[in-house]
Write a protein that binds this ligand. Structure first.
Ligand code: ADP
Ligand code: MG
Length: 353
């Protein structure tokens, strides 16, 4: 287990900054998720940590060692890390047991120790029954567990995972999230886990670093990222929130589509403009005008879809801004009908920019 720290880390390809001056500290034994859309620099960051890519600027520290800097990059095999690739890369001609034990046989460890470690790891990854099978005879989820077992058996200080569940179908993907977390709780390696899937990050991570355009937009616990997004990008990407903009009226209210909205999260500067985020399920849809006008925006239903547990509405405010609202399924208001949106002040978060 080791502390992993990125300090002002950058990687340029020509004029493109694939990774753009990122800093992140991962305490030992924690699982951090790098979360962001395709192309935001997640894999490049992971390959920098693994030592497959040399940085253009900045440093990577592991424990008390500097493992990467533009002057000197320690080769991957000297980093005491295991990386699991998206494709698993299992050897098709080796059995499960041979695949898993391979890293130890390479290190010339005695047979008895290998047998003991192999049996322990096959048991935690629930693979005992498959020890003599070949990868071609396994399901996607079982292959995924073999890749995990093979990475864990060498007892790395740091475990690196690049979208490890993306080849699995939806049900299995959900199950394996908990499996990854359970294994992490058992072994407590410092883990860097790359994904573009918000709920995968929520279920597995201690710390989430949201990436966009090569930068870390915000890093924090899943609760922090979800409840207190700092930017429009994080609000939209994590909580699929609505973002509305308006002129500041005073320290806590903006004007939006003819209404005054009180919000939370920052002290507003008179004369400025502020964007606020509000989640789809936090907006209340009313079919008659309420008595109090506080945080109420008149709108019209543009479309609505029955989703089983909820009804998914698109509504349009007077200024043309469209908002999505998730309402109870039984609340059935027809397209074109006027509605009043109640946006609870404590759910309206002022964003920094
Ligand atoms: P992600 O894993 O988040 O999808 P990547 O780290 O793979 O993103 O890529 C980030 C950006 O860097 C992309 O625009 C990608 O095209 C570019 N990139 C990645 N590797 C290389 C490379 N070897 N040469 C040139 N551009 C690259
Ligand atoms: Mg990638």
């Amino acid at each position: 287990m080791a502390l992993v720290e990125l300090r002002g880390l950058s990687k340029h390809y020509g004029s493109l900054a694939a990774v753009d001056n990122i800093s992140l500290k991962v305490a030992h034994g924690l699982l951090v998720c790098l979360l962001g859309p395709s192309g935001c620099g997640k894999t490049t960051t992971l390959r920098l940590i693994a030592g497959f890519v040399e940085p253009s600027g900045g440093q990577i520290h592991v424990g008390d060692r500097i493992v990467s800097s533009p002057e000197r990059t320690l080769p991957p095999e000297q980093r005491n890390m295991s990386m699991i690739f998206q494709s698993y890369a299992l050897w098709p001609h080796m059995t499960v047991a041979e695949n898993v034990a391979y890293g130890l046989t390479l290190r010339k460890i005695d047979r008895e120790t290998i047998a003991k470690k192999l049996s322990a790891i096959l048991s935690t990854t629930k693979l005992q029954a498959f020890a003599d099978r070949y990868p071609g005879e396994l399901s996607g989820g079982q292959q995924q567990r073999v890749a995990l077992a093979r990475a864990l058996i060498v007892e790395p200080e740091t475990l690196l995972l690049d979208e490890p569940l993306s080849n699995l179908d939806a049900n299995l993907r959900e199950e394996m999230r908990f499996e990854v977390r359970r294994l992490h709780d058992t072994y407590r390696y410092t883990t860097v886990y790359v994904t573009h899937d918000q709920s995968e990050a929520m279920t597995t991570a201690d710390l989430i670093a949201v990436m966009n355009g090569g930068k870390i937009e915000q890093a924090g616990s899943p609760e922090e990222i979800y409840d207190r997004p700092r930017s429009e990008f994080v609000a939209r990407f994590i909580g699929s929130s609505n973002v509305v903009k308006g002129k500041n009226l005073d320290q806590s209210r903006i004007s939006f589509a003819g209404a005054a909205l009180r919000c939370d999260g920052a002290t507003l500067v008179a004369g400025g403009e502020t964007a606020i985020s509000i989640r789809q399920h936090d907006i209340r849809l009313l079919s008659t005008a309420p008595q109090s006008e506080e945080n109420v925006v008149p709108a019209v239903v543009v479309r609505q879809v029955f989703m089983g547990g909820t009804r998914d509405y698109m509504v349009e405010a007077k200024d043309g801004t469209q908002l999505r609202v998730l309402a109870p399924a039984e609340q059935n208001i027809e397209t074109g009908a006027p509605v009043w949106l109640h946006l609870p002040p404590e759910r309206c978060r002022a964003l920094m920019g």
